[in-house]
Design a protein around this ligand. Sequence first.
Ligand SMILES: *[C@@H]1O[C@H](CO)[C@@H](O)[C@H](O)[C@H]1NC(C)=O
Ligand SMILES: *[C@@H]1O[C@H](CO)[C@@H](O)[C@H](O)[C@H]1NC(C)=O
Ligand SMILES: *[C@@H]1O[C@H](CO)[C@@H](O)[C@H](O)[C@H]1NC(C)=O
Ligand SMILES: *[C@@H]1O[C@H](CO)[C@@H](O)[C@H](O)[C@H]1NC(C)=O
Ligand SMILES: *[C@@H]1O[C@H](CO)[C@@H](O)[C@H](O)[C@H]1NC(C)=O
Ligand SMILES: *[C@@H]1O[C@H](CO)[C@@H](O)[C@H](O)[C@H]1NC(C)=O
Ligand SMILES: *[C@@H]1O[C@H](CO)[C@@H](O)[C@H](O)[C@H]1NC(C)=O
Ligand SMILES: *[C@@H]1O[C@H](CO)[C@@H](O)[C@H](O)[C@H]1NC(C)=O
Ligand SMILES: *[C@@H]1O[C@H](CO)[C@@H](O)[C@H](O)[C@H]1NC(C)=O
Length: 527
Amino acid sequence: MLLLVVPLITSFFGLSSSQQPCWSRDYGNGGTVCVCNSTYCDTIPRPQVVPSPHFLVYTSNQAGLRFQKTNGTFDPSSTETNFASYDSSSESDDSTYDNSTNNVYIDSNTTYQTMVGWGGAFTDATGINVNTLPETLQETLLQSLFGKNGLEYSVGRVPIGGTDFSTRAYSYDDGTEDPQLHNFNLTYEDHNYKIPLILRALKLTKGKLKLFCSAWTAPKWMKTNNEYSGFGFIRRSMYQPWADYHVRFLDAYQEYNISFWGMTTGNEPSNSLNPYDKLEVVGWPSWLLRIWITDNLGPTVRNSSHSKINIMMLDDQRIFLPWYVRKVLQSERTRQYVNGIAVHWYLDEYIPASALTRTKKLFPEMFLLATEASNMPEGGENAVLLGSWLRGELYSTDIIEDVHNWVTGWVDWNMALNATGGPNYINNFVDSSIIVNATAAEFYKQPMHYHIGHFSKFVPPGSVRVHSEGTRIKNVRYVAFQRPDSGTVVVFLNRNKESVPVNLGDGSRGTASLELSGNSITTVLYW
Ligand SMILES: *[C@@H]1O[C@H](CO)[C@@H](O)[C@H](O)[C@H]1NC(C)=O
Ligand SMILES: *[C@@H]1O[C@H](CO)[C@@H](O)[C@H](O)[C@H]1NC(C)=O
Ligand SMILES: *[C@@H]1O[C@H](CO)[C@@H](O)[C@H](O)[C@H]1NC(C)=O
Ligand SMILES: *[C@@H]1O[C@H](CO)[C@@H](O)[C@H](O)[C@H]1NC(C)=O
Ligand SMILES: *[C@@H]1O[C@H](CO)[C@@H](O)[C@H](O)[C@H]1NC(C)=O
Ligand SMILES: *[C@@H]1O[C@H](CO)[C@@H](O)[C@H](O)[C@H]1NC(C)=O
Ligand SMILES: *[C@@H]1O[C@H](CO)[C@@H](O)[C@H](O)[C@H]1NC(C)=O
Ligand SMILES: *[C@@H]1O[C@H](CO)[C@@H](O)[C@H](O)[C@H]1NC(C)=O
Ligand SMILES: *[C@@H]1O[C@H](CO)[C@@H](O)[C@H](O)[C@H]1NC(C)=O
């Protein structure tokens, strides 16, 4: 109750901006959700510039704070003294620490990658769930993700045809063999679940949303096993039709004025290695993907009206870094067509993030983008855990690791699912940042939503990652950026139950004294 009352009182007295607080609900899963209905939903307005030496602090935590806004001032007198004990080998990890001298230093003069953005995927399941809500609540949900009082997502992934988060398996040219694609056509799903939502998201972002598309499967007749899933590849005679199919998709969406910023060479080709797997897939051994990109996809796309699109390869797990990527990109002729490398988060706990940096060093001209993540049930858990703070922490831990290793953005999987984690026609249910309850005409913003939001809201596309270093602080991670408006953003994740004091130093400004509350994510912002 207290959590609700404090911001309400401040807004009554006109002390805060129009930020609407979280209406929180505890389902007993180690944290809370924020409930939105047709008349109420929490908001997060754009931060207003505060002049130096002031700084802003936004905190969300397991106890229930969501984007709680406070401020402070840098103490200029302590510039020199506090930062004698850097350990430059650490980007904060899990060794022991002396709690009394946690110093973190930001060096905005040392810059790394430029950020592409943050977002989620327009799956069929997302559209199905959004459509179950009353019209005004649909708009509220989209505003929560894309609006100026929401997370301001800047990237959207669009499946080319179906995924497992559909109610059936399909492609855009089902039926008999049709290499000229005479029967190519968008489906009911595009017209009802994807296109309307994308158009609304484009409107909310004033057309700035960067969309990229990925195919799960080809029509069966293009594939060696004549199936959507399992151990199957594109037949050699179908390499060109499969490239043409992608351009036909781009053309079809262009008719609705939906243009794509990027495309991948196909979702998770490695799923083809399991013949019993039910996920739709096109398998690509590295040497065949190289041939298809070089001889078919690359020339076809570059010679189409979509020639400027960013082509990203891999779209699969870290385990393929860098060896598979190196094999595909070994030829200059292939590299000329490829702009980026797309990575997924599954198995990240087993593969060190340094694999990303090794890949970036091999191909410095390519950008890295994290294109899919979701929490899957482990050991008999429910797919959906309403309010799980831990699952939010897993998201931000991965984001911080990725960004420290040259990743330019992070894209969530389904933007909305139901309370079972579906629909998914092969029962591959997972959690989602937004859970829709059609019966109650409510949706629930999970902690994952806020963990992404602590980046997406404050680190707009075009921001640059900057150097940060300091004391190793157990279970605390952080990363810093400089925004296009020259503001500095530092995001801290504290996975300790206890609060952690931190002195944040930045050059001539001096020191900001922070207290990171227990199990919290905190964004600090100053200009
Ligand atoms: C929506 O939520 C608000 C805030 O809890 C509540 O006051 C209102 O009655 C709810 N509206 C509906 C239609 O349930
Ligand atoms: C800091 O917060 C206080 C209390 O909410 C407010 O009165 C003040 O205007 C804020 N200062 C800045 C620079 O935002
Ligand atoms: C494509 O689908 C639309 C309706 O969704 C239909 O009107 C049209 O005839 C179809 N075209 C082909 C070539 O099947
Ligand atoms: C697409 O945009 C053009 C030019 O702005 C406009 O004339 C056309 O009606 C739009 N098409 C659709 C389907 O919205
Ligand atoms: C590009 O398309 C034109 C006409 O459509 C064709 O003449 C040309 O050979 C194509 N170039 C490549 C590189 O495919
Ligand atoms: C979610 O969708 C699946 C598939 O349609 C369905 O079986 C399940 O009952 C739904 N769950 C809820 C809570 O509506
Ligand atoms: C969804 O709403 C129905 C009707 O209010 C309620 O019985 C059910 O418990 C709700 N589900 C969740 C997960 O809150
Ligand atoms: C850090 O020190 C403060 C003050 O001594 C204490 O309250 C807090 O629990 C400590 N945090 C950790 C993570 O040990
Ligand atoms: C960063 O660069 C500017 C301009 O070159 C310089 O004035 C400033 O002292 C530098 N800051 C740090 C922390 O090195």
